[in-house]
Design a protein around this ligand. Structure first.
Ligand code: MG
Length: 387
């Protein structure tokens, strides 16, 4: 095996003042560690991923790794020690049987590591025995004495803040951890230095910060919002025939009419088209896949249930709904008097402001099945943003 990522997630997270260790805290509805795992598991140059955890966190880890249960690159976790240094050593020793050439050691609480940064570290290991991501310091640095009085200006041009991943040839870093077991250091570079290895700095991004303090959660969520630039659109189309009755449902609003719409659920053709449009944005099939018409539990069901399901699937993917546009096609009933109410109801169901929800109605000039007043058709387009 060539390259293994060793994710260190055995910390107690006491600095965040939380009961739950920070790597298991949610960040925009996904655990921090889940995001970190995804970055390495999805990387084409990483052959396997191993996580070091506290034994008592095994249930939290199972939740964090639930998305990757059958992922061929994810090795079973190993239990860490009391301190980070011991945890890394246990992790490295457990990798000996995999005989990797290189290992990338990464903090579980740095979820925003990018594909390019991982690639830069792996590529640099072809020429250098040890590399680390780091960022230049932009603030002016001062040394202070015990009374908090400045005693010295520090030249920042040659000073870097070190991040992870730190990359090493496996045999070197395993030896460094075993040879210097009694030394007390805060990162793996320090041990590699003791072994006499030259460690090269690779310029990283400030976004690869470690979630340490409470404000880092808000910073992380802001970063994710900024980076929601995977914009997608989905479309939906649906038709329901008229049947006997005295009202019908459109956009979750009951509209009096001389006929009803026929369907297994409440036959809200507009919400069905919209549900399919949202499912379309995340390649999640169609409404019939999630709510088979053969299933009796959906008989007479309000179609808002279907819409809620599509929205929750979108949220699970970290997506945000941005805008919907809907066209309802029929000769009757006349929809103009109901338009505002339908728009308002949709905005509520979707959690959007009114200027992001459009409802239109048209006829087909008495042509085709809608022109003959045999039923109602609806078309919808949804736009979402994912990161
Ligand atoms: Mg339908």
């Amino acid at each position: 095996m060539k390259t293994i990522a060793l994710i260190v997630a055995a910390g107690k997270g006491v600095r965040l003042g939380s009961e739950i260790p920070k790597q298991y805290l949610p960040l925009a509805e996904k655990m921090i560690l889940t995001r970190t795992l995804a970055a390495f598991l999805n990387h084409p140059q990483v052959d396997a991923v191993k996580v070091v955890i506290r034994a008592c966190d095994k249930d939290l880890y199972a939740t964090a790794a639930a998305d990757f249960v059958d992922h061929p690159k994810l090795l079973s976790p190993v239990h860490g020690g009391e301190r980070r240094q011991g945890s890394v050593r246990f992790g490295l020793e457990s990798l000996a049987e995999n005989t990797p050439h290189s290992v990338l050691i990464h903090d579980g609480a740095r979820p925003f590591i990018t594909e390019n940064e991982i690639r830069a570290v792996i590529d640099a290991l072809k020429n250098d025995p040890a590399v680390t991501l780091a960022v230049p310091i932009t603030d002016t640095l001062k040394r202070v004495n015990a009374e908090n009085v400045i005693t010295e200006n520090i030249d920042r041009s040659a000073v870097y803040a070190v991040q992870t991943p730190q990359g090493f040839h496996f045999s070197d870093i395993l030896k460094a951890h075993q040879d210097f077991i009694k030394e007390d250091v805060t990162d793996d570079n320090a041990l590699a230095e003791k072994l006499g290895l030259k460690i090269r700095i690779i310029n990283g991004l400030k976004s690869n910060f470690k979630v340490t303090h409470q404000e880092d959660i808000a910073r992380g969520e802001a970063y994710l919002m900024q980076n929601k630039n995977d914009i997608r659109t989905g479309m939906g189309f649906d038709v329901h025939a008229f049947t006997t009755g005295d009202s019908l449902w459109l956009c979750g609003v009951e509209i009096p009419h001389t006929q009803a719409l026929k369907g297994h659920s409440d036959a809200d053709v507009a919400l069905h088209a919209l549900t399919d449009a949202i499912l379309g944005t995340i390649a999640a099939g169609d409404i019939g896949l999630h709510f088979p018409p053969s299933d009796p539990q959906w008989k007479g069901a309000p179609s808002s249930l279907f819409l809620e399901k599509a929205l929750s699937l979108l949220a699970e993917k970290g997506g945000v709904l941005n805008h919907v546009d809907l066209t309802i096609i029929c000769e009757a009933p006349k929809l103009t008097p109901h338009r505002d109410m339908m728009q308002a109801k949709l905005a509520t169901l979707l959690g959007l402001s009114l200027d992001r929800v459009n409802v239109k109605a048209t006829t087909t000039e008495k042509l085709g099945f809608t022109g003959r007043s045999e039923g109602i058709a609806a078309q919808a387009i949804a736009t979402v943003a994912l990161s």
